[in-house]
Design a protein around this ligand. Structure first.
Ligand code: HEM
Length: 207
């Protein structure tokens, strides 16, 4: 089995989680308590040791195999779609490495419930918003773009218009979802206060 095939198989596991995870974050538009209730329900599945081990293994494999594929094909890569795929994949790889490490660090070292407030805290302690706004925006946009590129390559026998739509639509949806998620985390769509113990992770490293 080729590395590319393994990368695609592991993408199914990461992609299924991402679908639930992004829906969960969009649920914050309904309300923060509703978002947290959704996450507590979803955790009953993805925090099962077997499920979480498989997910984290697939995330690590996705990052390493993705970066390897980007480097291996560097000189042969031609065309806008191939480059969009490589760039969005690289953004995702760096995001996933930082994001998942931050979640594991928050749970184990800081002993925090890594819920909505953990993700939002950085946006509410200046000047960290300058990092977190593009960080979340680009990650979610890269996820949708990378998905669109994968669909594009699958539609070999479709018309050029259909193939363009296969990328254009996910990119547009990705922009809309990214904007909504960033605004939600920044408390621009519904008011909320980030508890002090979450903000303290930025102001007092040992807090
Ligand atoms: C605005 C965008 C995002 C926000 C605010 C966010 C926030 C979070 C939070 C709060 C957790 C901890 C969940 C828990 O404790 O149960 C988490 C975990 C995680 N996120 Fe994200 N996330 C975002 C986007 C993404 C994307 C695009 C991916 C890519 C697939 C992703 C992958 C993961 C993974 C793999 C975990 C670890 C799950 C676990 O084992 O507990 N996230 N994220």
């Amino acid at each position: 089995m080729s590395l590319r095939t393994l990368h695609r198989s592991s993408a199914v596991v990461v992609g299924l989680f991402a679908l639930v995870h992004i829906t969960n974050h969009l649920w914050s538009l309904v309300g923060i308590p509703e978002h947290i209730a959704f996450m507590e329900l979803a955790r009953k599945v993805y925090r099962q040791p077997v499920v979480e081990s498989l997910l984290l293994f697939c995330v690590a494999f996705q990052v390493v195999s993705g970066l390897w594929l980007v480097m291996r094909g560097w000189k042969q890569r031609t065309g806008a779609v191939a480059w969009m795929q490589a760039i969005s994949g690289t953004v995702l790889a760096f995001f996933l490495a930082v994001h998942v490490s931050a979640v594991v660090f928050g749970r184990t070292v800081l002993a925090l419930d890594t819920n909505f407030y953990y993700a939002a805290a950085g946006m509410h302690v200046p000047p960290y918003g300058f990092f977190f706004v593009p960080y979340y925006f680009l990650a979610v946009l890269a996820l949708f773009t990378h998905f669109g590129c994968a669909v594009y390559w699958q539609l070999q026998s479709a018309t050029a218009g259909m193939r363009r739509l296969a990328i254009g639509l996910p990119v547009l949806v990705g922009v809309a979802v990214s904007v909504l998620l960033v605004l939600s985390l920044a408390a621009r769509l519904q008011p909320f206060e980030v508890p002090a113990r979450y903000k303290a992770t930025y102001t007092h490293p040992k807090g």
